[in-house]
Design a protein around this ligand. Structure first.
Ligand code: RIB
Ligand code: CA
Length: 315
């Protein structure tokens, strides 16, 4: 039986780890068909995240990829960015030329809505790698698309690993907790890659040198991005390297068997400033709240990096 690639829309706030996720997707046409990439404000403001998304597509030699600019701020709260992690440009590390490929004129949210209405129901997966503003806006503006989405596989949240931007919250959820609340209550099948699993795919010298040893421009870029990106986590956690958060989403689509988790109830804190954006994950089933997400807790890290290096080598 011939396998068909999954149709996906990547929603992203590049970000070095977003960049590696996008490269993994563009290097894997037999597994994923990237219908488009929608940029959102997050790690850095929208003008930079949409620019960075185009730079990454050109690095993958896929300048025909459709890249759209989405929302430039969260639904209600002021934008919080993460230059302290990703640098001023969001892709600090190597020197990068301005992109030549065009930005699409259509708003990213309209692209999400139109694509879901056009493609057969349950054939498109949304892959948010940043704050959920674009996704929530699309669900609010076009409730009819909710039943047409095959799955939302997102990077965000934390439970045992607790927060990385506040003691309680992970960055993507913290930036737009109201958007996350809409997505987690939508009823769309969710797969969540929280810090609990992404902090188990840490770069180290050997893994970074494997990218550099590819001898290709993408390999060199990934090595330089992770060299830059890892210093924040190494200082903060004393860890050996940086967690490659966002590539977990794409790796799951390609090799789900690398990951393990539980179907549980996950709700978002949107009232208390103290715990704003916390993903309250009922991992032990202490409530009767219905499961709404496959919450991933573990991964075969060596298998993850082998897949990543193999696929980046193709570009
Ligand atoms: O907390 C990690 C997440 O926040 C990742 O998606 C990273 O790119 C930033 O967006
Ligand atoms: Ca991201």
């Amino acid at each position: 039986m011939t396998r068909h690639p999954r149709k996906i829309i990547i929603d992203t706030d590049p970000g070095q780890d977003d960049a590696v996720a996008i490269l993994l997707a563009l290097a894997s046409p037999e597994d994923v068909e990237v219908l488009g990439i929608t940029a959102v404000a997050g790690n850095v403001p929208l003008p930079l995240t949409e620019r960075n998304a185009r730079i990454i597509c050109e690095l993958a030699d896929k300048p025909e990829t459709l890249v759209f600019a989405g929302c430039d701020r969260p639904l209600q709260r002021a934008l919080v960015t993460a230059e302290h992690v990703h640098g001023k440009t969001g892709l600090d590390g190597p020197q990068l030329a301005d992109p030549v490929m065009p930005l699409q004129a259509l708003h990213g949210v309209d692209f999400i809505i139109e694509t879901l209405r056009r493609e057969p129901a349950h054939t498109v997966t949304l892959c948010p790698l940043g704050p959920l503003t674009n996704i929530a806006t699309a669900l609010q503006r076009a409730p009819d698309i909710t039943a047409r989405i095959q799955q939302i596989v997102l990077m965000g949240g934390a439970y045992f690993e607790v927060g990385n931007i506040t003691p309680a919250a992970e960055f993507n959820i913290y930036v737009d907790p109201q958007a996350a609340d809409i997505v987690f209550k939508s009823g769309v099948p969710l797969v969540v890659m929280p810090l609990d699993v992404t902090h188990k795919v840490l770069t180290n010298r050997k893994r970074i040198e494997a990218f550099r040893a590819l001898g290709t421009e993408p390999g060199r870029m990934v090595a330089e991005w992770t060299d830059f990106f890892e210093r924040f986590d190494m200082q903060k956690y004393g860890s050996e390297g940086a967690p490659l958060h966002d590539p977990c989403v794409i790796a799951y689509l390609i090799r789900p068997e690398l990951f393990q988790g539980r179907h549980i109830n996950v709700q978002i804190e949107t009232m208390s400033e103290l715990t704003m954006g916390m993903t309250v994950a009922d991992w032990w089933g202490v409530t009767k709240r219905p499961a709404n997400a496959l919450f991933i807790g573990s991964v075969d890290a060596d298998g993850f990096f082998a897949l990543l290096t193999d696929r980046i080598a193709r570009l």
